[in-house]
Design a protein around this ligand. Structure first.
Ligand code: FDA
Length: 581
């Protein structure tokens, strides 16, 4: 059997696999990506793209391309609940940081903006970038078996067009092969949770709804009608292209039988929730998928790693599917690159599961909780199983009535809608991921106490393990973010106005270790001039302190002030960060 050798085999070319392929290629790592399907995603699927993922795309230098192809943040502003597009507007929530009160939280936290880019539009951008960086990606090629010998991994892959099989021998494998991961199954990764908690039908269609949406632009329009309210409503319209292309997502209970997917039946569903028979509807595709609540107990086993849905499966609530998958790869790729280059010891790879498994667990639990939290909306609307349509509409009339009961129910509805902030404005969940692992040097201090709700609000800190805070600084006449001057596959030492001794020490230690260690002076009057004092107010260390930032923008180590022997301090830090101790 023919054997192809590579350093990293990536199984899967969805958001996780393509991000890993692009990053590894950019870092100069030899990698081969195989994907079962003949190309990238053929339907919209996940679409919410948060600042965390956008920062990864910015690191790759493709955030402009993503933004240009995406529905922009200003069109994501409304979460609409209504009986139909033409019907009664029930409630609205300013979402994804677009509300006046939340917008600043998002804007000050990142150089990027959230956007809505459906998967079938995002993936070709990732693919093109990966190939530009030199990645090799083979479609219609599936992994059928894997063996980890301890020294390398042998994977048997099959070309689906010819049936021909060959062996790929790799030093490491990333299983980014989605919710039915062959890699997870073959390597017997321990998966915990439940599959099939709910079922959904995605109806991808064209319908010009401009007259019902342009005045309340949004990503999600939730339709609620009596007798048709299983789980989260009668159907959720997801904007694919404003305001003419949509996915109508309908949850259903498989115990009641499978839904009719015929064109006539799905058009009828769409018509009912539009509420205007004059709108032309063209169905593009119908697909079914299921809600899972599953997490792998470990994301690595020997030389094999799981990333994306292979490691965590959860409902689309909070829009974390693509984002978490992209961030898994951002965490893993630099570690693989450093170990393969000999810059770091293989022990560094253990930190992937130490850092990303707890994030995965938080994400699946948050998403599941958000789905459950939608029930109070149905309850506040007064829709109940077994109720006649007439009684349901009466309940809605009462909700809008001037009666005491109406007022009481409106208060309940307001609370139920406010609860949705944990799904649609959960900035802390989106950006506040903090790591604790053997490559993070704990400096003995506590994280600053949260001043606001951790899930709703991101709180910047330079505590080791946290994401580097974003601040705009000036390099000459150019505005750059602290996020921009770190990353790109290298370790970075950020020093302040009084940090010259750190610079000299960094040069010496980088030379000793044979690693790239970029030094950036950020502060008032420095090379990166903190003219706005945004950095000074966030850095927590003194003007003679230092921060060691990893290629994935997380702080690995910090010194609050200058020390007697900065080279020795940096040496100790790098030994830990690179798994050399
Ligand atoms: P993803 O599933 O995207 O990619 C898996 C890749 O692995 C594919 O390239 C496939 O070809 C490949 N592969 C699989 N087995 C292989 C093998 N044995 N050998 C080689 N390659 C193999 N999420 C959300 O937030 N909102 C939504 O509305 C939806 N809707 C939705 C609809 C449908 C139909 C699906 C399937 C999924 C969703 N999702 C979703 C989930 C979302 O798409 C998901 O979270 C991300 O795509 C995860 O990205 P990954 O890269 O991990 O896997």
């Amino acid at each position: 059997m023919e054997t192809v050798t590579t350093d990293v085999l990536i199984v899967g070319a969805g958001p996780a696999g393509l991000t890993a392929a692009a990053l590894l290629a950019k870092y100069g790592v030899r990698a081969l990506t195989v994907s079962r399907y003949s190309g990238t995603a053929n339907s919209p699927r996940a679409h919410i793209t948060n600042q965390g993922a956008m920062e990864v795309f910015r690191d790759l230098g493709i955030d402009d391309r993503v933004r240009a192809a995406a529905v922009p943040n200003e069109y994501m502003g409304n979460n609409v609940w209504a009986t139909s597009f033409a019907g009664t507007a029930i409630a609205r929530l300013k979402s994804w940081g677009s509300g006046t009160l939340r917008h600043a939280d998002y804007e000050v936290s990142s150089p990027t903006e959230m956007c809505n880019i459906p998967q079938h539009i995002l993936e070709p951008i990732l693919l093109q970038a990966a190939r530009e960086f030199g990645a090799e990606i083979r479609f219609s090629t599936e992994a059928v078996s894997l063996t980890d010998t301890g020294d390398h991994v042998d994977a048997i892959v099959r070309e689906r067009t010819t049936g021909a099989e060959y062996r790929v021998r790799a030093k490491y494998v990333i299983g980014a092969d989605g919710g039915r991961s062959t890699v997870a199954q073959q390597m017997e990764f321990p998966l915990r949770g439940e599959m099939g908690l709910g079922a959904a039908m995605n109806i991808w269609l064209e319908a010009d709804l401009s007259q019902y949406t342009a005045h309340r632009p949004g990503t999600l329009y939730w339709m609620a009608q009596p007798r048709n309210d299983y789980w989260v409503g009668s159907g959720t319209w997801i904007c694919v292209k404003p305001w003419t292309e949509w996915v109508l997502l309908c949850m259903y209970n498989p115990e009641d039988g499978e839904p009719d997917t015929s064109e006539q039946a799905v058009i009828e569903r769409a018509r009912t929730t539009i509420g205007d028979d004059s709108i032309d509807i063209r169905i593009k595709a119908v697909s079914k998928w299921q809600i899972n609540h599953v997490i792998a107990d470990t994301f690595s086993k020997g030389r094999v790693f799981l990333a994306g849905d292979a490691a965590h499966r959860h409902p689309p609530a909070n829009g974390l599917g693509t984002n978490t998958s992209v961030q898994d790869s951002f965490n893993l790729a630099w570690k693989l690159a450093m170990v393969l280059r000999g810059d770091a010891e293989p022990a560094l790879l253990d930190t992937y599961t130490q850092e990303r498994q707890p994030v995965g667990e938080q994400v699946v639990d948050r998403a599941m909780e958000s789905v459950r939290n939608m029930l109070p909306i149905s309850q506040a609307l007064g829709f109940e199983p077994g109720q006649s349509a007439e009684d349901g509409w009466k309940m809605l009339d009462e909700l809008f009535s001037g009666t005491e009961r109406g007022a009481q129910r409106r208060r309940e509805l307001d609370s139920a809608v406010a609860l949705q902030n944990y799904q649609f404005n959960a900035h802390g969940v989106e950006l506040g991921q903090r790591y604790s692992s053997t490559c993070i040097v704990d400096d003995g201090t506590d994280y600053p106490e949260s001043v606001r709700d951790d899930e709703l609000y991101y709180q910047p800190t330079t505590h080791p393990g946290a994401r580097l805070p974003h601040a705009w600084v000036e390099q000459g006449r150019r505005r750059v973010s602290t996020i921009d001057i770190t990353g790109h596959g290298a370790l970075t030492l950020i020093i302040g106005e009084n940090g010259d001794r750190w610079r000299a020490a960094a040069a010496r230690v980088a030379d000793e270790f044979g690693v790239e260690l970029d030094v950036r002076a950020v502060g008032v009057g420095c090379e990166y001039h903190d003219v706005l004092r945004e950095w000074t107010h966030q850095r927590e260390v003194g003007d003679d302190g230092a921060l060691l930032v990893r290629p994935d923008h997380h702080v690995a180590w910090r010194s609050m002030a200058m020390v007697d022997d900065p080279a020795s301090a940096l040496r100790t830090a790098l030994n830990t960060v690179l798994g050399r101790q």
